[in-house]
Design a protein around this ligand. Structure first.
Ligand code: PGA
Ligand code: ZN
Length: 404
């Protein structure tokens, strides 16, 4: 038993320069750990509330008054007890009192402290029987941004290079080369235009939705052939963000649900998409199921805003055959224990998991360990920007131990 001897929470800034929280946990046996919590922008309606209504200052006050004294009675050996305490002190169904980001930072910091004490990597301390952990994920690398993560650009939020090489070094390289090549192509296409990058480090350019996908798919093909490395296009449509009055409102056209299912299925077929996240708005399990029926045997259909990492929502998705994969974000649900329950259900149901960053990130690299421990098919962490590269570099470190 190693008791928590110090616990604190501080304000830090995320990659958008917005306040978030970082927890620090020290144990009697010398574990010293910090963990910062990221923040979303295109958040799902059913995810937990990141901060209390008074924002980070109120989260810090709650922590001091109610959480800290009780954390000092616990040991990091028992992750379940730490996570139960977070729920108990909060007392709401959605962490609206202490904030889901406080819960996330404390829960992850406790796990890191436990790993430090036992001198094992975080991913090893998180391994659970049956999760198939320990394998390396494919890279889901954001190359081009639109939607709420960009000023200008397409309605579709994210255009990804899905790099599936078994060796992380090969996968990371292939995904980055697609990003670089796409940049070159964009500079040629818009010689007099000031190209930008979005919140997750992908390019931003005045492109139509399909036009952008064409450029991405071409870049993937060229890199795949040049490196002989499997890298394919993928999308996160974040469809709830442009769903208005019962229709999917693209600038090129407006579609009803059947039109949207046919449109996305067409993109999967034409461009060989390997990954389609949130193709349908977050309230529509049946629309998801229609698309999964059409293309689920040849691509991952992934729910993010649909499930918000909630076990009960994934259970409903499994019952309705809504998708074949789920995106995993700890701060959508607030604790590692809740996250593990969702990952476990997904695995038992034959679904893939993709462990994901948020658009507002910290430079922490614990996400990479979670992806490995969960046996996730993909690590979605972006490609450019220090807060994204930190996760990729951690993957390279873990895949190539010192001395090699
Ligand atoms: P968010 O978006 O982090 O802004 O919620 C990321 C995503 O939709 O996957
Ligand atoms: Zn998403």
């Amino acid at each position: 038993m190693s008791r928590i001897s110090q616990a604190s929470l501080r304000l830090i800034y995320d990659s958008r320069g917005r306040p978030t929280v970082e927890a620090r946990i020290v144990t009697e046996l010398g574990g010293v750990a910090t963990a910062g919590a990221p923040s979303g922008e295109s958040t799902g309606a059913t995810e937990v509330q990141a901060f209390p209504s008074g924002g980070v200052p109120e989260a810090l006050q709650y922590f001091e008054r109610y959480l800290r004294p009780r954390l000092l009675t616990l040991s990091v050996d028992d992750q379940g007890a730490v996570d139960r305490l977070l729920h108990e002190v909060d007392g709401t169904p959605n962490f609206s009192r202490i904030g889901g980001n406080t819960a996330t930072a404390v829960s992850v910091a406790a796990a890191i402290a436990r790993a430090m004490e036992s001198r094992t990597a975080l991913w090893q301390t998180l391994l659970r029987p049956g999760l198939d952990g320990g394998s390396y994920p494919a890279i889901v690398g954001n190359c081009l941004n639109g939607g709420r993560h960009a000023i200008g650009g397409p309605e579709i939020q994210e255009y990804h290079a899905i790099a599936e090489a078994p060796k992380p070094a090969d996968a990371v390289r292939a995904a980055l080369e697609v990003h670089h090549l796409l940049g070159k192509r964009l500079k040629t296409k818009f010689p007099n235009y000031a190209l930008g990058r979005g919140d997750e480090g992908g390019w931003v350019a005045p492109l139509g939705n399909v036009e952008a996908l064409e450029l991405l798919a071409d870049a993937c093909t060229e890199v795949r052939d040049r490196l002989h490395s499997p890298v394919y296009p993928g999308l996160d449509l974040a469809a709830s963000e442009f769903y208005r009055d019962g229709r999917y409102a693209y600038r090129e056209h407006s579609l009803d649900r059947d039109g949207q299912v046919a449109f996305v299925a067409g993109l999967v077929d034409k461009y060989g998409l390997r990954y389609v996240e949130d193709p349908i708005q977050e309230g529509d399990y049946d629309g998801f199921a229609a698309l999964t029926k059409a293309v689920g045997h040849r691509t991952l259909v992934i729910g993010d805003d649909l499930y918000t990492t909630q076990e009960s929502r994934v259970a409903e998705g499994v019952r309705r055959h809504a998708s074949n994969a789920v995106l995993i974000k700890v701060n959508q649900v607030g604790t590692l224990t809740d996250t593990l329950a969702t990952v476990d259900l997904a695995r038992r149901s034959g679904w893939k998991t993709i462990t994901s960053h948020r658009s507002g990130e910290t430079p922490d690299a614990w996400l990479t360990h979670l992806a490995i421990a969960f046996g996730s098919a993909g690590l979605k962490c972006g490609l450019l920007g220090g807060e994204r590269v930190a996760k990729l570099n951690e993957l390279l470190r873990l895949a190539t131990p010192p001395g090699n």
